[in-house]
Write a protein that binds this ligand. Structure first.
Ligand code: GUN
Length: 290
């Protein structure tokens, strides 16, 4: 069984990006400058945004973090987005999701200028992705693609089952896996809460990408021998045996599923770090304009 080590793979990508940043610097060219807007004080979002800022520093990008209080109005957020859209120093930015309930996420996504949308969430960029045109690819699904590619996992002609149809993971994941590319060229089944016979569908999968947000959802009886399993979930569950009182688990019941797999990504240390590497790749794209 191969462990798809996202931590090591992400470190290798970051090293490659750092070298490209050094080359830009030595030519006197602009170094990528990314910004993040964080509204409110959701603990998980703060952790993710801080990790993104740290990753920028590590590869030599400039970064700006804009923290707004939870009661920020939608208008004020739109104004902040417009400022970043119009600021030539900023090459790309993200608005960390989820947002407080009184703010319409769709409106926010539409307001980010497509050429600065390093999350790849704007409908124009989602459309470009679906058509296979150059664009910013969404970080988590692209991180999974990078992981499969760098481990030389054969995807062409394979049956790939994606569990979960969210806008930021499952749906774009299904598009990327079915595109005429390598990795890609899979026959994809996108499954969700209304899918009938999910277990049977999963048992016919060569590759299962799990992104539905339920701890330990995928169990050994749903996985065929020799399958490749990628776990996009991350959850804190109580564990009194740990000093912290909790541990992190994914959407996959790793202990029972792993022995059946040809390859599997762990949680933590799997898809999570790949997501950050992907965002940095988009940051580089934003300055190279390719
Ligand atoms: N929340 C969870 N994942 C993401 C992401 O990739 N981008 C943003 N902006 N928010 C998120």
């Amino acid at each position: 069984m191969i462990l798809l080590d996202g931590k090591a793979t992400s470190a290798a990508i970051k090293e490659e990006i750092a070298q490209q940043v050094d080359q830009l610097k030595s030519k006197g060219a602009k170094v990528p400058h990314l910004a993040a807007i964080l509204v409110g004080s959701d603990g998980a979002s703060q952790t993710y945004v801080n990790a993104k800022v740290k990753a920028c520093e590590r590869v030599g990008f400039e970064s700006t973090l804009i923290e707004l209080p939870a009661d920020t109005t939608e208008d004020k957020l739109m104004e902040t987005i417009d400022q970043l859209n119009n600021d030539d120093a900023i090459d790309g930015f993200i608005v960390q999701l989820p947002l407080p309930k009184h703010i319409d996420e769709d409106k926010v996504t539409l307001r980010v200028a497509p050429h600065k949308d390093v999350d790849g969430f704007h409908p124009e960029n989602v459309g470009r992705m679906a058509l296979g045109l150059p664009t910013f690819l969404p970080a988590t699904p692209n991180g999974v693609m990078e992981m499969l590619g760098r481990y030389n996992i054969e995807t062409s002609g394979k049956h790939c089952v994606v569990i979960g149809r969210s806008n930021i993971v499952g749906t774009p994941m299904s598009i990327l896996m079915s595109r005429n590319s390598n990795p890609g060229n899979s026959t994809v089944t996108l499954t969700h809460s209304r899918t009938a016979n999910l277990k049977e569908v999963c048992l016919s999968a060569d590759i299962i990408i799990v992104a539905l947000g339920k701890p330990k959802f995928l169990t050994a009886d749903m996985v065929k021998e020799g399958a490749v399993v990628v776990d996009v979930g991350i959850h804190r569950i109580e564990d009194s045996s740990k000093k912290s009182g909790f541990r992190l688990v994914g959407d996959v019941d790793f202990e029972t599923v792993a022995p059946k797999c040809a390859a599997i990504s762990p949680v933590p240390g799997g898809v999570g770090p790949m997501t950050i590497a992907s965002l940095l790749q988009n940051g580089l794209k934003a300055v190279l304009k390719n």
